[in-house]
Design a protein around this ligand. Structure first.
Ligand SMILES: NC(=O)c1ccc[n+]([C@@H]2O[C@H](COP(=O)([O-])OP(=O)(O)OC[C@H]3O[C@@H](n4cnc5c(N)ncnc54)[C@H](OP(=O)(O)O)[C@@H]3O)[C@@H](O)[C@H]2O)c1
Length: 391
């Protein structure tokens, strides 16, 4: 029995984790589940999975959590220290599925000798990738990529030497605006942007997928996870999302990681102990899929991807700044305060302003959060200057 703790248990990643765990009875015991503020959803998840401990980040939600767990025998807590307690409890695997930079601190705290971290929270790598990977190596924790693209690449690499790798390519669906004109994309509504063609995910990552910022964040993730330079990383648009990642080798071989687009597949890989688990997803039937297409991303229509590539090339604090500016811009779009096409402008302006003051890559969680804090405030100023201040 492997003991698993799930951070972000009430979200889309948490639900995929639950589905794979319940499809493999007798293989897993759930130590703790952690959520943000939704007491009813966390209590339901804790009961369904038979967790020993449930923690919410929001301290005000404790009475509701206690009420929803009454009679279950499941211990619970709320607030930062309760989240820390959950992460500290002994377990073999931690699923890091909190959304946004809020996931940074708990994910770093989850690093323990020999522990496996199934990493979905990409912001940890985008904001503090060099620090996080060095900490994982120092402590002896094992980082397993849960993003479908990185998981596919890691399966294709299968421990082969990076010296033989000429390129790692991540695929992107192209999102709901793949074939739209620039003016159409610029004025897209929230409802249109939240319609991902292949995955049901949280709102933030779905908007990032529509702008292709998500692919940029994933390339930054790949840079840190695989320890490969930006010159050997790229993305292609592949609307069918059967191929998730490709590794090209110096002898001309290209190995593709393929699966139907369903997060249970990378989950089953991350949670396995060598033998394949039941994911509930059939292998892709290529004859029934018929056609697979691949295109270069169009940076003119999707400028957010260009901003992420520039931040990755700049290094230092640039990616942490990009991430915070983008979180503010996406929240403003979701809150109806910004047009879709304006998000990239707000991110670009904020990055220009903050890059003058913050240059060095963060070497601790506190430094990463400090850059995040400075950038959020600068991004709010940019929004206010453009007449889109807080509601
Ligand atoms: N969804 C996918 O298929 C997918 C694929 C690859 C990577 N990812 C990455 O995985 C992460 C989660 O994505 P998602 O789509 O699952 O997001 P989501 O559906 O919005 O879920 C977010 C989860 O984080 C919790 N949370 C929010 N703030 C928190 C805080 N301060 N402390 C503790 N928990 C907090 C939420 O709890 P409440 O519900 O209580 O607020 C919820 O459980 C993101 O970094 C995303 O980029 C997701």
């Amino acid at each position: 029995m492997r003991r698993v703790t799930i951070l972000g248990a009430t979200g889309s990643i948490g639900r995929s984790a639950r589905d794979v765990i319940l499809s493999n009875p007798g293989r897993f015991a759930i130590e703790a589940v952690v959520g943000g503020r939704d007491a009813a959803a966390l209590a339901a998840m804790a009961r369904q999975l038979g967790a020993r401990f449930a923690a919410l980040a929001d301290p005000a939600a404790l009475p509701a959590l206690r009420e929803h767990l009454a009679g279950s025998g499941i211990a619970c807590g709320a607030g930062e220290s309760a989240v820390h307690d959950a992460v500290d409890r002994p377990c073999d695997v931690v699923v890091a599925g909190i959304s946004g930079v809020a996931g940074l601190k708990p994910t770093v705290a989850a690093l323990k000798p020999g522990r496996r971290i199934a990493l979905a929270n990409k912001e940890t790598l985008v904001c503090a990738g060099a620090f996080f990977m060095a900490e994982a190596r120092r402590i002896g924790a094992i980082i397993l990529p849960l993003d479908s693209e990185h998981n596919a690449v890691s399966q294709a690499l299968a421990g082969r030497s990076l010296a033989d790798v000429t390129r790692i390519t991540l695929t992107a669906s192209g999102g709901p605006f793949r074939s739209w004109s620039k003016p159409e994309i610029d004025s897209a509504t929230c409802e249109q942007a939240l319609k991902h063609p292949n995955y049901a995910m949280g709102a933030k990552i779905t908007i990032d997928s529509a702008s292709l910022m998500n692919k940029g964040l994933e390339l930054i993730e790949a840079h840190h996870i695989f320890g490969i330079g930006p010159d050997r990383l790229g993305a292609v648009i592949h609307p069918q999302q059967i191929v998730h990642g490709l590794v090209s080798f110096s002898d001309g071989s290209v190995i593709a990681g393929m699966a139907l687009p369903n997060m249970r597949v990378p989950f089953a890989d991350c949670l396995s102990d060598g033998r394949r688990l039941v994911s509930g997803v059939a292998p892709a039937n290529l004859a029934s899929i018929g056609t697979m297409t691949f295109d270069e991303p169009d940076l003119a229509r999707f400028p957010s991807l260009g901003l992420a590539l520039a931040a990755m090339a700049a290094g230092g604090a640039a990616c942490a700044i990009l991430n915070a500016a983008n979180e503010v811009a996406v929240a403003a779009f979701l809150g109806g305060r910004l047009r879709f096409g304006e998000m990239a402008n707000v991110v670009a302006m904020t990055c220009d302003v903050v890059a003058k003051h913050c240059q060095d890559a963060p070497s601790s969680v506190d430094e990463a959060l400090e850059i995040d804090h400075i950038t959020r405030s600068a991004a709010q100023d940019v929004l206010a200057c453009r007449g889109h201040g807080s509601a």
